[in-house]
Design a protein around this ligand. Structure first.
Ligand code: G3P
Ligand code: MG
Length: 247
């Protein structure tokens, strides 16, 4: 067990600084280096499968083109999700959420599933994700977050068990009131808020997790603030920094 200051390291889209984001190889790497959690993003295919990738379109991170919502799971599985990052990762596939849940179910890792339903409000995404998390008995280790706060309220109405977190890049005034009003449990905030003096007050009321913290100096600053978690593309770096300060 790592001895540290209490700030957990979440691998943002897996170890996405060194591996193709949101793929099994990036999640494996995050696990291997000792991350306490993983953050990933999900969308819904045309035939209703929950798949793991960041953008609404497959263009940036695969060898295909077009919207996820216009493709079937089978079509998504034919795409290469590694080669855009490096030839070394040629053949890497887009994972389904089910595959990730299966993989993580025997590991003591937290999982932050970001519902990417702020630009496209995928119908039924919340229900499907909640059902799967329940099926794997992972309600205690999963956090559902979204920039779509209506979706968080919906999650809380469907399942009181799974924790939700408000995602925002805005500087909210006394955010704990807002977070609690939605029935959410935590704030996932951007670097600027986390690095500001304003965060200290929020931490008194709710857990605050910051994204995306890749710079060593900023890691040190936020570790000293004892944030609940740092989300980073470089979990190995963050764990080393934390060890150098607190072990
Ligand atoms: O969940 C934190 C962070 O992932 C939100 O932004 O665009 O990287 O999904 P993004
Ligand atoms: Mg995300």
């Amino acid at each position: 067990m790592n001895l540290h200051n209490g700030t957990l390291i979440f691998a943002h889209r897996g170890a996405s600084g060194t591996h193709p984001e949101n793929t099994m190889t990036s999640f494996e790497k995050a696990y291997e280096v000792g991350s306490e959690g993983i953050e990933l993003d999900v969308h819904l295919t045309k035939d209703g499968e929950v798949v793991v990738l960041h953008d609404e379109k497959v263009d940036r991170t695969t060898d295909g083109t077009g919207f996820v919502q216009d493709k079937t799971e089978k079509e998504m599985k034919q795409l290469d999700a590694g080669v855009w990052f490096s030839q070394k990762y040629k053949g890497e596939k887009i994972p389904t959420l089910q595959e990730v849940l299966e993989w993580i179910s025997n590991k003591s890792m937290r999982l932050n599933i970001e519902l990417k339903n702020d630009l496209i409000p995928y119908k039924g995404l919340e229900e499907k994700v909640i059902q799967m998390v329940h099926n794997y008995g992972l309600s205690d280790s999963v956090i559902l977050s979204s920039f779509n706060h209506y979706s968080l309220v919906k999650v809380n109405q469907i399942s009181g068990e799974i924790k939700t977190a408000v995602l925002t890049t805005d500087i909210l005034y006394q955010p704990w009131h807002y977070v609690k009003s939605l029935g959410a449990s935590a704030l996932h905030c951007s670097r600027s808020y986390a690095l500001s003096n304003m965060v200290a007050e929020a931490q008194k009321y709710i857990p605050v997790r910051a994204f995306t913290i890749n710079d060593e100096t900023e890691m040190k600053e936020l570790l000293a603030k004892r944030l609940s978690a740092l989300m980073t593309d470089f979990p190995e770096r963050a764990i080393k920094v934390r060890s150098s300060l607190f072990e």
